[in-house]
Design a protein around this ligand. Structure first.
Ligand code: CTP
Length: 410
């Protein structure tokens, strides 16, 4: 492979949308990426090997038995800065989710440790089938980015979700490897985060009572990690401050594990020093026990519970709002059950944030579920409704709104 250039493996599945990927390949090579195309055998029925080889400037094979001396089945994945799979068919998503390795592309997916992005394209019934939903959830839970397909006319007469994603996700694909890209000479597109440092807090803090007990909350970290994966896909340098998250580290991120609100405060403020944007998606405990007991709290002789005295925790988001540089974008999250918008507007002003993502908690939304619905309020009076959907879709909207508020670089 050519040295110095960001290395992209472009996996191509057996879908008619393969013809659209030729254009993407051109854009990637023209913007300075070294692209190895790895189609499945059936993908070559849609677009042939000479097309991929000519556009990428590299030999192309779907199987592991060519160029064995270079051990391509492990080398391609190990050395890639980004693996991008388009179109990701239902079959390919299933094989990836189950860890099968029966061709060069699935071998590459198992050896890659860089960000992996799937851009699905298939008929609506296949996309909505529980088997595909489960496979997508599995891949996402392991850190892959599975972009939501676009809705519209599909092959044949039918319409619905299942088209290869276009804007906004499509324009961002090349940005996903920009960590390794040479400095840009032209202007940065307004909607990507290439060259920016962003900080995301995720999970829920735990406030220790004694060596075995804590006060905690039900935050899983799923939304914070969806924000993290999407930020990496947009080319950001990313620090994740993770409180008690039992999910694999997002590829391409620096993860700082913390336990309590005070630990989170220290890590977030430190990382925020040179950050362009900070997104506080973590559920931070407002209170902590006034005293930590070094040994386990025992039942009182009469069996009555001892009262627990609480003290206030620092409000990290409010502190970020106070200390912010004028060019920094600060985003908060709020979970509300009543008067959602009024409470959200008041919180946005109180914490001096630029954006507040307001979740309505309940109806199986928000905590521990792969879906979310929200209203994003802006300090400029704007309001963006995000309908119920994958946490990645909400993350996409949040980064769009952040990118629009970042000052252009000189
Ligand atoms: N937050 C924070 N530090 C805290 C508490 C919350 O940084 N000690 C952040 C959260 O990460 C989130 C936002 O503030 O981004 C909203 O948190 P929330 O607890 O809903 O706000 P409160 O001001 O505590 O309001 P409420 O009265 O609803 O609890």
């Amino acid at each position: 492979m050519t040295s110095g250039k960001p290395r992209v493996v472009l996996g191509v599945g057996a879908g008619i949308a393969a013809y659209k990927v030729c254009e993407l390949l051109r854009r990637l090579t023209e913007s300075g990426h070294d692209v190895r195309v790895v189609p499945t055998a059936d993908a070559l029925r849609f677009v042939g090997e000479p097309t991929w080889a000519a556009l990428s400037g590299h030999p192309v094979s779907p199987q592991v038995w060519d160029g064995v001396a270079e051990v391509p089945h492990v080398r391609l994945g190990q050395t890639a800065d980004l693996v991008f799979v388009a179109p990701a068919t239902a079959d390919l998503l299933a094989r990836a989710a189950h860890g099968l390795a029966d061709d060069l592309l699935t071998n590459t997916l198992l050896t890659a440790r860089c960000p992996v992005v799937f851009a699905p394209a298939m008929h609506t019934e296949m996309w909505e089938h529980p088997a595909t939903r489960d496979n997508v959830a599995t891949l996402r839970s392991r850190g892959a980015i599975v972009v939501e397909p676009a809705a519209g006319r599909l092959t044949g007469a039918d319409t619905g979700p299942g088209r290869l994603p276009t804007r906004p996700s499509c324009s961002r694909w090349p940005a996903a490897s920009s960590r390794a890209a040479p400095p840009r000479t032209g202007p940065t597109p307004a909607d990507d985060l290439a060259g920016r440092h962003v900080v995301v807090s995720a999970g829920g803090t735990r406030e220790a009572l004694d060596p075995v007990r804590f006060l905690g909350n039900r935050s899983s970290g799923l939304q914070g990690y969806a924000l993290a994966r999407t930020a990496v896909a947009l080319g950001a340098g990313l620090t994740v401050v993770a409180a008690n998250v039992a999910l694999p580290d997002p590829a391409g991120a620096r993860v700082v594990p913390v336990g309590s609100a005070e630990e989170m405060r220290e890590a977030v403020l430190k990382a925020a020093g040179d950050a362009d944007a900070v997104v506080m998606a973590a559920a931070v405990a407002d209170f902590r026990p006034a005293a930590y007991r070094g040994s386990k709290i025992k039942k009182t002789p009469d069996g009555e519970p001892e009262p627990i005295e609480l003290v206030k925790n620092p409000d990290i988001l409010a502190e970020l709002g106070e200390r912010r540089r004028p060019d920094q974008v600060i985003v908060g999250f709020a979970a509300e059950t009543d008067d959602v918008l009024a409470n959200g507007r008041a919180k946005l002003a109180r914490k001096r944030s630029d954006l507040l993502v307001v979740n309505q908690v309940g109806e199986n939304l928000a905590f521990g579920t792969p879906d979310n619905a929200a209203v994003v309020l802006g300090a400029d009076g704007s309001r963006t409704d995000v309908p119920r959907g994958a946490k990645e879709a909400l993350a996409d909207t949040v980064w769009d709104l952040v990118a629009a508020r970042l000052k252009p670089r000189g």
